[in-house]
Design a protein around this ligand. Structure first.
Ligand code: NAD
Ligand code: MG
Length: 298
């Protein structure tokens, strides 16, 4: 079945061939080791010049949703700075190759989002090496499922908030002086912001925070011509899930609770980020675009 953006297909039948196995990876997980392989749109995404000449910084750009977004941005004409953890070099190098092939200038800036100095330097390096910044995608994230709150360590709670919330704050704050009218910020929240799983109390709280941060900041920045929006994915097949994001037993049926009856692929998220990054969404501000297989949201 054709998976490009333009062919008429039954969304309930799409990706029936991608079936996740039980597999335990250590955090942060590698796309290179994912079974079955996720679809990042490598073979299919077709750009139409919607981000020509834009300069984008994407966190978590090595794999999953961030990588699919990076591929789409590059094929739409953007240059891309990629943030990821040093241990994800293998994934990041592969994605950087695909972006370069699309004609993009690519800057690879590995580091740890829990470190405010890295977050600030990430922005400074992106601006310096790309020659400016027009699009910021806060996408890097930590999700570790724990059944009992008593077993959520202070360290996990702290790391999850640092990675998902504090880094977004540090990076956005550092980016603001560089953003001109027309610039866009896109944060990655989740269906978990509205429908928290019992095993993801800490993670889901960060996602509700991200939604609220997005809506508040969007009010502040709209008069300056900077638009802030969010994307809220549902269950998407990425290394986040087998590396502790889901209990092992949940992997084979991952996403089957959605009205489409299946998990989503990173390639199905990228067009939402392109839309919010491009001038096509000029009147869209403080919005959360839900890409979740049909689960109702507030
Ligand atoms: P992913 O594992 O491919 O991407 C997450 C990335 O976060 C990693 O590749 C890593 O580079 C980065 N990261 C994690 N900790 C970091 C740290 N300390 N320092 C630097 N980088 C760090 O998984 P994904 O599912 O594509 O996740 C992307 C975003 O989508 C996350 O914010 C996640 O919460 C969100 N999300 C995912 C799903 C899903 O089902 N996969 C659903 C809703 C929301
Ligand atoms: Mg990764």
């Amino acid at each position: 079945m054709s998976r490009d953006q333009y062919t008429l297909t039954d969304p309930a039948k799409l990706y029936a061939d991608i079936e996740p196995e039980k597999q335990k990876m250590s955090e942060p997980g590698l796309d290179a080791e994912l079974n079955d392989k996720a679809d990042l749109g490598e073979e299919t995404y077709r750009g139409t010049g919607r981000l020509t000449g834009r300069k984008a910084l994407i966190t978590g750009a090595d794999s999953g949703i961030g990588a699919a977004t990076a591929i789409a941005f590059a094929r739409e004409g953007a240059d891309v700075a990629m943030s990821y953890l040093p241990e994800e070099k293998e994934d990041a190098d592969r994605i950087a190759g695909i972006l370069t092939e699309a004609g993009a200038n690519v800057v690879q800036l590995p580091g740890d989002l829990r470190d405010p100095a890295y977050c600030r330097d990430l922005v400074a390096q992106s601006v310096e090496k790309l020659g400016g910044l027009d699009i910021l995608v806060n996408n890097g994230g930590k999700q570790v499922a724990v059944e009992d709150l008593a077993d959520v360590t202070d360290e996990q709670f702290d790391d999850t908030f640092k990675t998902n919330v504090y880094a977004m704050f540090w990076i956005t704050k550092a980016a603001l002086p560089h953003l001109k009218p027309g610039a866009t910020i896109i944060n990655t929240t989740s269906i978990q912001a509205y429908s928290p799983s019992e095993t993801l109390v800490d993670y889901a709280s960060t996602k509700a925070t991200i939604n609220n941060f997005t809506k508040g900041l969007s009010q502040q920045l709209a008069p300056k011509g900077i638009r802030v929006n969010a994307v809220a994915p549902g269950p998407i097949w990425t290394p986040l899930q087998p590396s502790g994001g889901q209990p092992q037993d949940a992997l084979p049926t991952f996403g089957e609770q959605t009205p489409l009856g299946r998990m989503g692929q990173p390639a199905e998220l990228a067009p939402a980020y392109v839309f919010l990054a491009s001038a096509e969404s000029s009147y869209v501000i403080g919005e959360t675009l839900n890409v979740n297989g049909g689960m109702p949201t507030p």
